[in-house]
Ligand binder design. Structure first.
Ligand SMILES: [Ca+2]
Ligand SMILES: [Ca+2]
Length: 228
């Protein structure tokens, strides 16, 4: 190799090295921070499809990093409930639990059977035996049950969620004031006290957060999306 060629090769190597250093490492998309189970699958770089538009599916997406209930958190996401209102089902649950599993499909919302879990359900289908109202609704569900008994788990009726749009959901926890707040479409819709939240977990402070969802005889494609 002549001197000029050697210089050129050296220049190319140095340039490549320089480019390698200044090019930022490829930014991880938010969805790679989640472990998926059941029917859940990645949908583009920002979303996870929790259930496809098929009958009798249930799926879950769980953040790989656990949270400590002695620390505050502020979690933001968007939920998409599909486009069928009357003929759509079943909904999505925001879940805190020490284990990462998927519960029963249909009226179970992917939550039924998760005995050590606390859920904020976004239920889009009325099941009479769970005491669901006719309206789409938000409610606290605990210990793997989805039936409404009144009282602390009281149901909050919401406008129709099955409009195909992204609905911003924010869940905040502050152990100092002991409140778990749930905002839907920018409106504070529910506040749960510390005793209720910690009561589900006993002495366990390390929990995972995730989303579960299901379909039954009626269906919707249901997604969770995150800002990059
Ligand atoms: Ca229901
Ligand atoms: Ca609806």
């Amino acid at each position: 190799m002549c001197h000029a060629a050697k210089v050129m090769v050296k220049h190319i190597l140095l340039t490549s090295l320089f480019v390698a250093f200044i090019t930022p490492t490829k930014k991880q998309t938010p969805v790679t921070a989640f472990e998926l189970d059941g029917s859940a699958a990645v949908l583009g770089k920002d979303c996870i499809r929790l259930t496809p538009d098929v009958q009798w599916a249930s799926g879950s997406a769980w953040a790989k990093d656990a949270i400590n209930l002695d620390q505050p958190f502020d979690l933001e996401m968007s939920l998409v409930f599909g486009q069928r209102d009357e003929l759509g089902a079943d909904g999505i649950v925001f879940v805190l639990a020490p284990t990462r599993r998927t519960g029963w499909r249909g009226e179970g919302l992917g939550f039924l059977g998760l005995r050590d879990a606390l859920g904020i359900e976004f239920d889009t289908y009325q099941n009479y035996r769970q005491n669901d109202p006719v309206a789409d609704h938000l409610a606290l569900v605990t210990n793997g049950f989805v039936a409404h008994r009144g009282g602390e788990d009281s149901v909050v009726e919401l406008p129709n969620l099955e409009d195909g749009k992204r609905h911003p959901v924010r869940v905040t926890w502050n152990p100092t004031d002991g409140k778990l707040n749930v905002f839907v479409d920018g409106v504070l819709r529910a506040t749960y006290p510390e005793a209720v939240v910690r009561g589900v977990f006993g002495n366990t402070k390390r929990v995972y957060w995730g989303l579960t969802a299901s379909t039954g005889r009626k269906t919707n494609a249901q997604d969770v999306c995150f800002k990059n």
